[in-house]
Write a new protein. Structure first.
Length: 270
């Protein structure tokens, strides 16, 4: 993994447990309890470590095992707030949590833009992608007040247009018309062995779907919800905008073929 991608990996040792405080979650299959935004999970310890980190799944916190801040946590903790944690400087807490939620979105965009720049198929757009990457990186280095007031939704929309164009260039490698399942409701769908080469699955809900033996080469998987989806034996090589957190949320096995930049989750079948 290149240097740029490494900077977009979470470094929990340099964070202040922001993902355990800033977001809200509701009791569900992913979490056993309700937690309000800005309130620390009761498992967060004084040293900002999780008290049940090694046994999160056994305690019902599957949502924590698939969450990825893309390195936003350490950026907010160490750069934006200069290493001052919210416990020792409680007046910073509210803004720090707000900024973290914005920074996480910016870092996710950095991840996608970096991937698009790696793809040779998207070479005609590399100039525009580089400009968007530089602009997004500059935004991450703004003051806490500027970040808190940033219209991050508008920035996401602008970058999304460019990412979609890059996706089209990648998916064109299939050499035939491709399927569009953007934002489709495919919860629990039987997609065993489905030919989804070059398909658009942007934002599709694939919760609990059976994609075993499916061909997902060159598919656009940005924002697809793979919670409890079965990817056993599926071919994901060459797909675009897949993240480690999506894989962590799914099920798979030793025969699942993955992009070289991502790792096989420890809980998958061997």
């Amino acid at each position: 993994m290149g240097k740029d991608r490494l900077s977009l990996q979470a470094d929990c040792e340099r964070c202040f447990g922001l993902c355990c405080v800033a977001p809200a979650f509701l009791a569900s299959a992913d979490f056993p309890i309700d937690k309000k935004a800005g309130h620390a999970c009761h498992h967060l310890q004084a040293d900002f470590r999780c008290g049940i980190h090694e046994n999160l799944r056994q305690h019902g916190f599957q949502g924590c095992t698939v969450y990825d801040c893309f390195g936003a946590g350490q950026k907010v903790a160490q750069l934006t707030f200069g290493g001052r944690d919210w416990r020792r400087a409680p007046r910073t807490a509210k803004q720090m949590f707000e900024v973290f939620l914005v920074m996480r979105q910016l870092h996710e965009l950095l991840w996608y833009l970096t991937e698009a720049l790696i793809r040779q198929e998207a070479a005609p757009l590399h100039g525009e992608l580089s400009l968007a990457l530089d602009h997004t990186e500059r935004l991450t280095r703004a003051s806490s007040a500027s970040l808190a007031n940033l219209d991050v939704a508008q920035h996401r929309r602008e970058v999304s247009i460019l990412l979609r164009r890059a996706s089209e260039l990648v998916r064109a490698q299939v050499g035939r018309p491709t399927k569009d399942h953007s934002r489709a409701d495919l919860i629990g769908a039987d997609l065993i062995g489905a030919d989804l080469r070059g398909a658009t699955l942007r934002g599709a809900s694939l919760i609990g779907s059976d994609l075993s033996q499916a061909d997902l080469r060159f598919a656009d998987l940005i924002g697809a919800d793979f919670r409890a989806a079965d990817l056993s034996g599926a071919d994901l090589t060459g797909c675009i905008f897949l993240t480690q957190s999506q894989l962590n949320a799914a099920r798979g096995d030793a025969d699942t073929q993955l992009p070289t930049s991502l790792s096989r989750p420890a809980h998958w079948r061997t």
